[in-house]
Design a protein around this ligand. Structure first.
Ligand SMILES: Cc1cc2nc3c(=O)[nH]c(=O)nc-3n(C[C@H](O)[C@H](O)[C@H](O)COP(=O)(O)OP(=O)(O)OC[C@H]3O[C@@H](n4cnc5c(N)ncnc54)[C@H](O)[C@@H]3O)c2cc1C
Length: 111
């Protein structure tokens, strides 16, 4: 038996990073194949999204972290990209019927 696969993108890994990458491509109309072997951290984690959760004011703490450790992934991504990512994840969870039920990150202040 022969199997013919035709995909625009192949994503390796079915953790939160791989699945969000795949979702982004699907939203652009691409055919996506997700391949994974074994379990990743996502399969064992609590389902809580922790973004500097130990800080009273996570977004303010992010600025301090970026100043102290500019090489940190959160500093490299920047607050705006992190907020966009969280928004996308919230929307994806909502659409999947498993909404993130608690949001400890205050909404951005209108300018
Ligand atoms: C016990 C535990 C609790 C946690 N609790 C929290 C929490 O409360 N809050 C929080 O924010 N974060 C938590 N984390 C961290 C969070 O889960 C990870 O940061 C996040 O899931 C990483 O996602 P990822 O997609 O980068 O990697 P992963 O979820 O590790 O995904 C990697 C993917 O690659 C696949 N893969 C690996 N090797 C191969 C291979 N050779 N071939 C094909 N596929 C492969 C794996 O099967 C998996 O699908 C926790 C982690 C653990 C383990």
């Amino acid at each position: 038996m022969s199997t013919s696969l035709s995909n625009d993108t192949i994503v390796i890994g079915a953790g939160v990073a791989g699945l969000m990458a795949a979702l982004g491509r699907i939203e652009r109309g691409e055919r996506v194949l997700v391949l994974a072997k074994g379990h990743g951290a996502t399969h064992w984690s609590s389902g809580c999204i922790d973004l500097l959760g130990e800080a009273a004011e996570p977004l303010a703490a992010l600025q301090g972290l970026a100043a102290e450790r500019p090489e940190h992934p959160y500093a490299l991504a920047g607050a705006a990209a992190l907020e966009r990512g969280l928004d996308r994840l919230r929307a994806a969870c909502e659409a999947a019927g498993s909404p993130l039920v608690v949001n400890t990150v205050p909404p951005p202040t209108p300018r």
